[in-house]
Write a protein that binds this ligand. Sequence first.
Ligand code: NGO
Length: 538
Amino acid sequence: MRRHPSTTPRTPRLTRALGSLLLVAAAGVFAVGAAPAGQERAAATPLDRIVPAPASAEAGGSPYLVTRDTRIRIDAAREDTRRIGAYLADVLRPSTGYPLPLTTHGRGGIRLRLANGRFGAEGYRLDSGARGVTITAREPAGLFHGVQTLRQLLPAAVERKSVQPGPWPVAGGTVEDAPRYAYRGAMLDVSRHFFTVAQVKRYIDELALYKINKLHLHLSDDQGWRIAVDSWPRLAAYGGSTEVGGGPGGFYTKDDYREIVRYAASRYLEVVPEIDMPGHTNAALASYAELNCDGVAPPLYTGTKVGFSSLCVAKDRTYDFVDDVIRELAALTPGRYLHIGGDEAHSTSHDDYVKFMDRVQPVVAKYGKTVIGWHQLTGATPAPGALAQYWGLDSTSAAEKEQVAKAARNGTGLILSPADRVYLDMKYTKDTPLGLAWAGYVEVRRSYDWDPGAYLPGAPASAVRGVEAPLWSETLSTSAHIDYMAFPRLPGAAELGWSPAATHDWETYKVRLAAQAPRWDALGIGYYRSPQVPWPSR
Ligand code: NGO
């Protein structure tokens, strides 16, 4: 994989080079008249004007024009390549109106090719020229990410669901790309407000566009238990029966959940399920009196306070519950991680918290999974291989940061979700109608402008496994709400996880980000038009 050796952003130079190339191209290929008279001819998107920024992009040669004759070429022997080809065709057919057949024969067109090479588990190369576009990768995940790049290189109208005039140029040249971090996550809180399978799938599609590869589902909290557990049926049936504000709530049957996992996998996302313990457990405590130290079940809760509930650490029955829940959830989880929460256990004593984590982490290992916990887990003894998810702020005390950094020096991996940077539920400004503000207002620039590798003082850069953008749903209950809070900050978090540090530059990022807006319009994604970003006029 070729990397840019320089540490200065190279985008402006490359963009200039691409700009002059495109003038030449516009005088050539696009003058053929594919666009109806009077219609502005679409210039091809420069190869590096995508989000996340690619590791390297070299402009050169003629652009490729997707036409009625374009075929999508796949490898006969590979079912996964065929599926990715079908996915690409599903994206391109409605807007182009072209047949775009999948074929294992011929030349040119759009070729998806698996080959040995130094692509890594998720990297790819995209070569574009007059005869075709070839995406090459070692693994299907790399091909899939390359397909997302191709989507972004085509005009935004390609995302529309009705036939558009085109033309459909892809700039000539080569993109070589691979992620900075293996863990690039987004979390959705389905507990405070329940989101249906269809709503989760919509979010998965939005995440896939930005090469996010983990969907963390916050499946339980004080306000709702959202996953069916056969051995403790009241958890979902009763504990899932309401939500913040007193609405009807809901839960996923095991088949619903399998469908989410399957759909996520088809977009190369791994689902990371979270059962938050020992605090944030009112929905479970309300469902089973025996889980309470005093044997009395509290009422269901529909408010938004935190820190008032705890599992009963001293009771053996608690660990039957934990074992059953983790066993059933692990069985539904092809991914390697199981998140056990561990945040804001304000109603659990420190000793009890440590005891609880000492007893619960081995259960996760027993069922073949790796522990993730919110960073308070570093106040106990993180299991070997465990990851801690840091959700502090710039203003978090040096002592708390050092507790996490020390664990990192001792081998605990870190997922970075600083709340005053990538909590997507924070208001952008005081005028944002949705969201919370406990971590401050988080405008787009603030959300993007930090370096995960150097973020936590005293933590080795090698401990950082990636970045995750959580979306908590105390104030959010529809897909429109999700979209408005996630866009445009989510693509920035995705870029921090994917792109080499050398590409990091707000001035060029904001231009690339602005260029995404017509795509969101085409996809029906309503977003916050931050004054910090030079959006095209509508
Ligand atoms: C905190 C808290 C959550 C809230 C969220 C709201 C963590 C890890 N625990 O983040 O319960 O929903 O803030 O922003």
